[in-house]
Design a protein around this ligand. Sequence first.
Ligand SMILES: [Zn+2]
Length: 353
Amino acid sequence: MNIDRDIIELIALTRCPACKTNGSLVPTDKPAQFDLSMPLSDITIRCEQCDEPYPMTEDMIPIVWSPSLKQVFLDINKDPGDDSTTVSNMSANMTIYDKNSENYSKHARQKDTLSRRVKKSVEILFPDGKTEGALHLDWACGPGHVLSWLREFGFRQIGLDVSLVNLRNARRHTGCRVICGDASDMPFSNDTFQLVTEASALHHILDWKAAIRESCRITSADGAIVMDAEPSDLQMAWSPLAIAVFNARFPVYKVLSYFMKDKYIFRDTKQAKLNLLAEIHHQPGTGFPLDVLRDTFKEGGFLAEVVMSPDAEMKSRPNVTWKSILLNVLSARNPWNPKYGSFTTIATAKTKS
Ligand SMILES: [Zn+2]
C-alpha cells in the first residue's frame, strides 16, 4: 500500500466516530462501496474495533464522518437550495463553502487586527514560547486563515472542516494536513492537541455546546483552547427597529453585488437563505449566553476566560464601525460599551477527568 507518512501520522490521531474508540482507525486496501459522486483513493480507512469504513478522497483527504455528516455526504446529489428538501445546518455550511471558499479566502478575515489578536492569544497561552512541534487543530478551518496566522509558532497543524473545497484551499495555502469531519462529533482521540482553535466558526454549528465539549475532550491537560470572534446573546439582542434596518441590507447587498461580484456573493436569494442557516447563532435574538458557555467549558474541565470586544492586544476595547453604531443606537444602547461587541474565549485546563 502506497501511502504518505503524513497521512499515517494523521490517521494515528483519530478516533472512530461510529464506535468512539480512540486510535482504532487504520488505512487499508480493503475496498468499500461508497455512494459518493467524487473520485476516491483505493485506500479505505477502517475501524479495527467496529469495521466501519471511511473514504479517502483521490487527493488523500480522509473523510472521517460522524453519522450526521455521512448523511450530508450521501444527500450530496440533492439540490440543497430546492425548497422541497429539508436542509440541515451542516449541509448549508458545506454548500456555502464548497461554492465560496475561494472568494472567502481572498476577501474575508483580511483585517490585521484579527490575525494579531489570535497570535496574541497564543502568546498569552504559551508564555515560554514552547510551541515548536506541538499539535494544533483549527476546526471549521475554512480556507486556512487561522492556520496561516499561527504558522510562525512552529506547531504541527491540522485543519478540520466539512467542506472539501475549504480543506483543499487550506492545504494549498498553508501546507498543513487536513481531514474532513464534524466539529460537534470530532474524529480525534482524547487529549490529542496542545492547542485547539476556531475563529468565527462556533456560531455556524447547530449543536455548539457539543463543539465545545469535543474541543475540551481532544485537548490535552496542558493544552489550551481559543475561540475567537463569536457573538454573545447580549450582542445579538437587537431591538425590532434595529432588526428591521438590518434586514433591509439584503436589497442593498443585492445592488452592491452587481458592482462587486466577488465581495457580495449573496445576490442569489437561495444562497442568502442558505447563509442564514449556516450562520445559525449569528442572527438577531440568538448569540451565546456567556454563563452557559463558561459552564460548558467547566464541565469539560476547562476554565474559560471571556474577553469582550478584544483589540489586537487582547484588551477589551470596543471596535466601533458605522454598522455597530447604527445597530446599537437603534437598539437604544451605547455603541462604545464593550459588552455589546463580539468576544474571544481563552480556556486552559483546570482539571481533566
Ligand atoms: Zn469503530
